[in-house]
Design a binder for this molecule. Structure first.
Ligand code: PRX
Length: 644
């Protein structure tokens, strides 16, 4: 495999960037020509941010799995596509070659068909990090079904909401999942999610933990039985694992993510543009070289796993590690063991993991070589300089470029990042936009920021002026929401929801969300969602949730809550509320702090003044700004004095 579009120097980057802006159609058309298409596109790009409507490679026909699998078979059949590291280091590793992956995906594609899955059907995947999860994702893509992977940490209620929104008829799950010292009973969570559900026709269950499960007649089937039936029916059968030829703009997947209001929205990505974008960004940011081993520590339940465990690496013919467990089990040296065991070249992880591992000191690094590492990456949240330097010094031994990659579920792939060893790295700066990304900073009114602040930076809200191939195309079932969320704040621009600084060289530093979205341990959570869950608790009258700086998680969840009274004492009511949030959303959304208050600071029109609550949670109580519009300013004094 060679990557003729891999950028090799700062000069080449500048040239590529320039070309991508001057003639995006030629630029992306040339890159897309390196992939396997069943029919060439008629037009590289159609777009209108007003409608909004975005099409890449319109008229083009392809199947992304042909690009991930079939096209590599002549040269890479025996090469590992996926190396699976189990939760328990004593258990056997699984190495899945390209040939084997192709075979398994074709088989499971046939299983899906046998169970009635057709092109365009939504298949919800709720599994632990086992290779079968990757088979399921790719099998959906192979037959044109739309996969919607749900992270294993979400609750039955969250799954039920997503199933309903996607009108999913099929589920692929596991009996259970191993994560560190815990067994998570996935099938039983699915059973709870399906109470009252009328659309799901079939649940396919893969055996991983042998946890007892209830299999419902006519609805639930075992993965192993279905796969056996397919192999026994004869692998050569006509149509076996046959590819569905997709339109470049046919949906590939839905992935739910939190916004500042309402329930999570289903971000829709399509085949052609997403394929080109994940591959291009993978090959360039990490400077992937054929034969290297890439270890992205994310879960496939998040966009990072979709783009940089599955689609980016596999379209590039890379070897991608899939790790079932957690970084601190059985001990805090687990990542480092995996790196030495498989001679990992590229490590891609989250600042929260780095900070948590830093907390264990250098002991877990004793006896670990880490000599195979060439490139380090971070993603998901701003990285503080201390963590950046620790990563650079103790993991990269100061010889591996660190790429700080800023992007979002909506962007499909990396947007602003340095390119490893090719463009300059600056601690805690994402630095330069990828070719094709026209990033700019605007003020509240949408005017581009042209004046520097007192520190010498341009500072504003981060927007993108034109589409890149990986941009989301809609939010599932609600195009109006897509428009309101991303294209209505500022005219003719995609608004990211992030604030950023830019310096004279055009380098960007992302400072974090400027909307009501939290980023807890790199997981995105809407304050409204957490408030709704808290408000479900019988004793709660109302609540307001804000983020506050947290040493390890980046942001913690701080909830101000008014109650009708305590059941037992304050502490037990607090525990009950936390339990409620865990039930409604999942453990990842549990508040770190709950402060009981007699009222919330509201303006005369009834709006909660979050700015004040945020400041108090951050411990900045001396300068709360103008509170004269509050209905009852004395509430603020009370909250300040009672701060946790
Ligand atoms: O605030 C930004 C932050 O994560 C948000 C996107 O979250 P999500 O859609 O879950 O995707 C995470 C993985 C791509 C962004 O709006 N974020 C992501 N990467 C960075 C970041 N903030 C600062 N620096 C980053 N490198």
């Amino acid at each position: 495999m060679s990557y003729p579009y891999q950028i090799k120097s700062l000069e080449e980057y500048k040239k590529a960037y320039q070309q991508s802006i001057e003639d995006p159609e030629k630029f992306w058309g040339d890159i897309a020509s390196n992939f396997t298409w069943r029919r060439r596109w008629d037009k590289v790009l159609n777009w209108d941010f007003k409608e909004p409507k975005i099409e890449w490679f319109a008229g083009g026909k392809l199947n992304i799995t042909e690009n991930c699998l079939d096209r590599h078979l002549p040269s890479l059949a025996e090469k590992p596509a996926i190396i699976w590291e189990p939760n328990n280091p004593e258990e056997r590793t699984r190495v899945v070659t390209y040939e084997r992956l192709h075979k398994r995906v074709c088989q499971f594609a046939q299983v899906l068909k046998n169970n009635g899955v057709k092109k365009g059907d939504r298949v919800c995947i709720y599994m632990g990090m086992v290779p079968e999860l990757a088979y399921a994702v790719l099998a959906c893509a192979r037959i044109g079904a739309i996969h919607s992977v749900i992270f294993g940490g979400f609750s039955a209620q969250s799954i039920a909401d997503r199933l309903e929104d996607a009108k999913a008829e099929f589920i692929v799950t596991c009996d259970g999942a191993y994560r560190g010292g815990k067994d998570i009973p996935l099938k039983s969570v699915i059973d709870d999610a399906l109470i009252g559900n009328k659309t799901v026709k079939r649940v396919i269950v893969y055996t991983r933990t042998r946890t007892p499960v209830s299999m419902i007649k006519g609805r639930d089937v075992w993965w192993e039985d279905e796969m056996r039936a397919v192999t026994e029916s004869g692998e050569q059968a006509e149509g076996y694992g046959q590819i569905e030829v997709m339109d470049a703009e046919d949906p590939l997947f839905i992935l739910y993510t939190s916004g500042s209001t309402g329930k999570p929205k289903g971000v829709v990505h399509t085949s052609g543009g997403y394929m080109v974008w994940t591959n291009y960004t993978f090959v360039n940011a990490f400077q992937y070289q054929p034969g290297q081993v890439h270890f992205c520590t994310a879960d496939i339940g998040w966009i990072t796993g979709h783009s940089y465990i599955i689609y980016g690496p596999l379209t590039a013919g890379a070897t991608s590690i899939m790790f079932e467990g957690v970084p601190t089990w059985p001990d805090a040296g687990r990542f480092w063991d995996i790196i030495d065991k498989y001679k990992v070249d590229i490590l891609y992880t989250a600042p929260t993991a780095i900070r948590s591992l830093m907390g264990f000191g250098l002991d877990p690094l004793k006896g670990k070589s880490l000599a195979s590492l060439k490139v380090l990456g971070t993603v998901g949240e701003p990285i503080n300089e201390e963590a950046w330097h620790w990563y650079d010094e103790h993991i990269g031994k100061k010889k591996c470029p660190v790429v700080d990659t800023w992007w979002q579920t909506e962007t499909g792939g990396l947007m602003i990042t340095n390119l490893a060893g090719v463009t300059p790295a600056v601690p805690s700066w994402a630095t330069l936009p990828m070719p094709g990304v026209q990033a700019l900073l605007v003020d509240e009114k949408g005017q581009e920021i042209t004046e520097k602040d007192a520190d010498g930076y341009y500072k504003g809200n981060l927007c993108i002026k034109a589409p890149w191939p990986g941009i989301l195309r809609t939010t599932y079932g609600d195009h109006e929401r897509f428009k309101t969320n991303y294209f209505s704040t500022y005219e003719n621009m995609y608004f990211t929801g992030d604030g950023a600084l830019r310096d004279d060289q055009g380098f960007f530093r992302i400072t974090g969300r400027v909307d009501d979205v939290l980023n807890v341990s790199g997981h995105r959570i809407g304050t409204a969602e957490v408030e709704n869950a808290i408000n479900m608790h019988a004793s709660v009258v109302e609540s307001a949730v804000v983020g506050y700086p947290h040493d390890i998680k980046g942001q913690g969840i701080y909830a101000y809550v008014t109650v009708t009274g305590f059941r037992g004492d304050e502490q037990s009511t607090r525990q009950d509320i936390i339990q409620t949030v865990s039930r409604i959303i999942g453990p990842i959304a549990k508040p770190d702090k709950i402060q009981f208050v007699s009222g919330l600071p509201k303006t005369r029109s009834g709006k909660i003044m979050r700015r004040v609550l945020r400041k108090i949670a951050e411990g900045e109580t001396s300068n709360l700004g103008d509170t004269s519009t509050l209905l009852d300013p004395s509430v603020v004094e009370e909250i300040k004095n009672g701060k946790l």
